[in-house]
Every structure is written in structure tokens, then in C-alpha cells.
Design a binder for this molecule. Structure first.
Ligand SMILES: C[S@@+](CC[C@H](N)C(=O)[O-])C[C@H]1O[C@@H](n2cnc3c(N)ncnc32)[C@H](O)[C@@H]1O
Length: 282
């Protein structure tokens, strides 16, 4: 193992310990690219020097900044548009039928990045105000990244971000132009709540969510960590609720806590086979 390899290992172990994300050999190129801004700012020359600094006891802040820089926050409005069509046309109406008595829906976007997924869901409700007028609807967005959560809470998007995935009518209906950026208005922000949280921790509201989205988060977990994440997600979703994963993700061969739902398109329902673990509320 060269010095460079050992340094990469230190950085990869830090990321895995804090987030569950694996920096496999094929993603090693990401390290220097993702850390270039931090290197410039702190005058660090290379990964070897960074690894030495990380080995100093008690430098928690540097470790946090490294982890933040290595996380991949790629997201955009209505990502995998067909999935949102299924949510809008089948899943949400069906859930609403089942909850017609208490008129309450709880949705969790786990690994929500900078909030586009949460606000895409919010737009589904906001574009039919009459239908949802007397409903109690909350969409909780969580992410391990404090920076991503802060951006989601600001709900202000650049011209580049606002153009990704959203129709012009939605853009002008739900966002207000504001000095070169686009601020989400209360018409959609009122549905959203945010919190910093790891999907590997106990869920924020156990067994309470009608729908959980965890899309493009578990891809870089190893098998054991991914299984643990599915256990946590299974503890969060109601017995008749649903989990939605990203395109190209599946539960098949990964966990026995979910099985494909008939409605398809990345949707899974909790199995009744596996016993529910007793929960300690975080
Ligand atoms: C690629 S983005 C996906 C965002 C959104 N779900 C989507 O599909 O557009 C992955 C997000 O997962 C977050 N993440 C990574 N590990 C996590 C963990 N253990 N718990 C919660 N969020 C995590 C990252 O910070 C990042 O914002």
C-alpha cells in the first residue's frame, strides 16, 4: 500500500463511519475533485497532508467539513418524472382514500438533499388546493448533511437549479424571482419540515409515515449497511404504507422487510413476514 492509498483509506473510513457511504476504488477520483475547494481554502496540498491532519486527535470540525465535501447531493425537481406521475395519479389518491377519515398524510423524504424532492411532492398537493383544503399534510425532509438541510430550509434556488425538472408554469406559480434566484413561496413551503438525520438512525416518527422516499441514497452503502437502512425505513412506514426507491435501486436480494408493490415504479410495501423490531425513539 502506498502512502497515497493509506491516506485515501483514512478518508474513505471517515466517510463510511459518519454516513455509511463507501468510497469504492471506482469512486476514488471523486476525492481530490470534491475536496479541491477545501484544499484551496485551508492551504492543503494533497490527500496525504489531509490524512495527517485528520489523524490529529480532536479535529472534529475538519472531519465534518471533509465528509460534507464528499457527499453527493445531486438532485433536481421531479427527478425520474414517471415516478412522480405514479405518485400523483395512483399512489397519493389511493393513500388519501385509505386516510379519508382522519385526513392526515405523512411523507418522509430520507436523503432529501437540498429540498427539490420535498418541494416536488409539495407541488402535487399545492396544485390542487380545493382537493386538499381540509387535510393535514406534512412532508418531512431529512439528510445527514447540515449544509444540504440549511439549503433546503432556505428554499432558494439558482437559475440553473430551478430549470432542472420543473415546468415553467410550476416555476412561476410556486416560486418568486428574487435577485437572480428563485424563492419557493409559502404555497409549497407550508408542507415542508426539515431535520438533519441519518437514515441509519432510528426514524424520526416510527411507524407513522404513509409514504417514504429514499431515492439515490443507498446506492453506495455496503450490503450490511443497506440492510440496516431498510430495517430503519421499515420501522418508519405504516403497515399499509409504501417505500419508493430511485430508478435502478431495488429491495430484491437486499432485505426481507419490503417487497415490490403491484403499482410498480420503484414502489415497495413492507412485508408482514419479518417481526418489527422494538423501537427506541431517537
Ligand atoms: C444523490 S442525493 C439524492 C437526493 C434525492 N433523494 C434525489 O433522489 O434526488 C443523496 C443524498 O443522500 C444524503 N445521504 C448520504 N448518506 C446519508 C445517510 N446516511 N443518511 C441520510 N442522508 C444521507 C446525501 O447527503 C445526499 O444529499
Amino acid at each position: 500500500m502506498t502512502e497515497d492509498d493509506a491516506s485515501h483509506r483514512i478518508i474513505a473510513d471517515l466517510l463510511a463511519a459518519r454516513t455509511g457511504q463507501q468510497l469504492t476504488e471506482s469512486r476514488r477520483w471523486r476525492v481530490s475533485t470534491a475536496l479541491s475547494g477545501l484544499f484551496r481554502e485551508l492551504g492543503i496540498e494533497n490527500v496525504d497532508q489531509l490524512a495527517c491532519l485528520l489523524e490529529r486527535p480532536g479535529d472534529f470540525q475538519l472531519a465534518t467539513r471533509v465528509v460534507e465535501a464528499l457527499l453527493n447531493h445531486e438532485t433536481y425537481f421531479f427527478r425520474d418524472h414517471a415516478y412522480f406521475d405514479v405518485l400523483e395519479k395512483s399512489v397519493i389518491p389511493e393513500l388519501a382514500d385509505r386516510r379519508s377519515e382522519d385526513r392526515r398524510l405523512r411523507i418522509w423524504s430520507a436523503g432529501c438533499s437540498t429540498g427539490q424532492e420535498v418541494l416536488s411532492l409539495a407541488m402535487i398537493f399545492a396544485q390542487d388546493t380545493a382537493r386538499w383544503a381540509d387535510w393535514d399534510i406534512q412532508i418531512l425532509g431529512t439528510d445527514i448533511s447540515a449544509k444540504a438541510i440549511a439549503a433546503a430550509q432556505r428554499a432558494r434556488y439558482s437559475q440553473f437549479e430551478i430549470q432542472r425538472g420543473i415546468a415553467v408554469t410550476q416555476m412561476i406559480t410556486f416560486f418568486a424571482e428574487d435577485g437572480g434566484g428563485w424563492q419557493a413561496t409559502d404555497s409549497i413551503r407550508k408542507f415542508a419540515r426539515y431535520a438533519q438525520h441519518s437514515v441509519l438512525d432510528y426514524p424520526p416518527m416510527p411507524s407513522d409515515f404513509d409514504l417514504v422516499l429514499c431515492r439515490n441514497v443507498l446506492l453506495y452503502f455496503d450490503t450490511t449497511t443497506r440492510r440496516m437502512a431498510f430495517d430503519r425505513l421499515a420501522s418508519a412506514v405504516r403497515n399499509d404504507g409504501l417505500l419508493m426507491l430511485g430508478a435502478g435501486e431495488t429491495v430484491i436480494g437486499q432485505t426481507d422487510r419490503f417487497e415490490p408493490a403491484e403499482c410498480g415504479s420503484g414502489l415497495y410495501r413492507p412485508t408482514t413476514l419479518a417481526p418489527r423490531t422494538a423501537l427506541r425513539v431517537a
